[in-house]
Write a protein that binds this ligand. Structure first.
Ligand code: ATP
Ligand code: MG
Length: 438
């Protein structure tokens, strides 16, 4: 069952227990000890015999009647010296005893009473006390009854508390699920609740918030997509214009200028293409799935590095098997990591892949400067480049890692970076079970 239920139930039970003790304390103060009251009722026959039969006898017959009662009763009636009785009295009952009242000691199933105060019943009767022991007093049973009452109340409370907390708990769990799904990129996730549900007002607010965030993200994606798309036509026109200009230009200085502009345009074109593929990945909800052999794809990626690094280690575990996914997308992600490694490595780049625990791990290592711990999440943000001066020399827009991560996520996997044993950065692609087949 749920946490809410346990907490609330324990709270209610603690309150009832506390209330029980308070009631006992107040009753004792106001009306005397309830347990003594019970014991007195249980011993009422013996008390009745003493008060209504023995004590009602004329003074000189008192002892005779007591002896008759002794014969027939299972309770033991003894006459004991006053001092002995005083020592055996329960705590706090001395005054009542001295007044001649009957004093009960439920824990020893005994009562005491002075025979009389004036010594009228027999010679020295004011110096003796009557002790009745083996009374039919059983406080254990009374306690058991209290316990049964407590358990029944607890069980009776269990049902409404369970029903009440179940509806709240289910609502909270649904909201947690929606928050998880939304956080994982499923922007259409919403909480479905009836207006009568306890968490309905909260669900409404969360849904409204999710709607606003979804709208903002979508308009941002659309803007990116439209701008990139719209840029293509003027770029194409400019390229065409430059071609014409290059043909017509007789001046070598102008030709050089035109060639440089060609280079800039090519870069712009590449940026637009990267942006478009990023926005495509943003809008996709799942990758296309087709079976392909992993090993040749990884080898192709490694061999496609231009220029090849001084040292390239490729270590692909046996039985890599096939993968169900978008071959082009995964190759693009791995290729991107390899190109980064090649850009930043001092000498060595290593590509390895292995399967364990039903997971496929693809590792790209280099012996370059690595990525400081505090930057390890930020490098996956679009356009984020670490050391601007160093990176400008290496070219690139800062979109590669962001695109690679989106591609891996579309396959239900993760991409992260840590420190490589080679000294530089280690990028790790982890793909889950469902994407793999043996
Ligand atoms: N292997 C690496 N070693 C050190 N730094 C790296 C490594 N890989 C990436 N980085 C850092 O992360 C930044 C982002 O990488 P990303 O691949 O996204 O962009 P890029 O390579 O600069 O450009 P693009 O990939 O878009 O051509 C890089 O600019 C670089 O600062
Ligand atoms: Mg890159």
């Amino acid at each position: 069952m749920n946490r809410l239920f346990f907490r609330f139930f324990i709270l209610v039970m603690l309150s009832i227990t506390a209330a029980t003790f308070v009631v006992y304390f107040v009753f004792t103060r106001l009306f005397g000890d309830p347990f003594e009251d019970i014991a007195r009722r249980q011993a009422s026959a013996q008390i009745f015999l003493l008060e209504q039969y023995v004590d009602q006898a004329p003074a000189d017959e008192w002892l005779g009647r007591l002896n008759k009662v002794r014969e027939v009763s299972t309770t033991q009636f003894d006459l004991i010296p006053l001092d002995q009785a005083r020592q055996a009295l329960p705590y706090g009952s001395r005054a009542a005893f001295e007044r001649g009242e009957l004093v009960l000691d439920p824990s020893h199933k005994t009562f005491f009473r002075r025979v009389d105060l004036a010594g009228e019943r027999y010679i020295g009767s004011n110096e003796e006390a009557l002790r009745a022991s083996r009374l039919p007093v059983d406080l254990g049973q009374a306690l058991l009854m209290e316990l049964v009452r407590y358990v029944v109340v607890a069980l009776a409370l269990l049902v409404p508390i369970a029903l009440w907390s179940r509806s709240h708990w289910q609502g909270l769990q649904m909201l947690a699920r929606v928050a998880d799904e939304f956080g994982a990129g499923k922007l259409a996730a919403r909480a479905q609740m009836k207006p009568s549900d306890a968490a309905y007002p909260l669900a409404q607010r969360i849904n409204a918030m999710a709607g606003r965030i979804q709208g903002l993200l979508e308009s941002q994606r659309n803007l990116l997509h439209s701008v990139s798309h719209e840029l293509r036509t003027p770029i194409a026109r400019l390229e065409f214009g430059l071609e014409l200009l290059a043909d017509k230009a007789g001046d070598p200085a102008l030709s050089k200028r035109v060639a440089a502009m060609h280079g800039d345009l090519a870069e712009l074109n590449e940026l637009v293409n990267e942006l478009l593929s990023m926005s495509k990945l943003d809008n996709a909800t799942e990758a296309q799935r087709a079976l392909f052999e992993l090993e040749p794809v990884l080898r192709e990626c490694a061999e496609g590095l231009h220029p090849p690094p001084a040292e390239l280690h490729v270590e692909l575990g046996a039985m890599l098997g096939s993968v169900a996914g978008d071959r082009r997308l995964l190759a693009r992600a791995v290729g991107n990591l390899l190109r980064n490694a090649q850009k930043y490595a001092a000498h060595t780049v290593a590509l390895s892949a292995r399967r364990d625990d039903g997971l496929l791990r693809i590792l790209v290592d280099d012996d370059g400067p690595g990525i400081p711990e505090e930057e390890r999440e930020r490098v996956f943000e679009p356009f984020y480049r670490l050391d601007r001066s160093r990176d400008r020399a290496t070219g690139g827009f800062g979109l590669g890692l962001s695109i690679a991560r989106k591609a891996v996520r579309l396959h239900g996997g993760t991409l992260r970076v840590e420190r490589s044993p080679l000294g530089g950065a280690r990028f790790i692609i982890t793909l889950p079970d469902g994407v793999l087949t043996g």
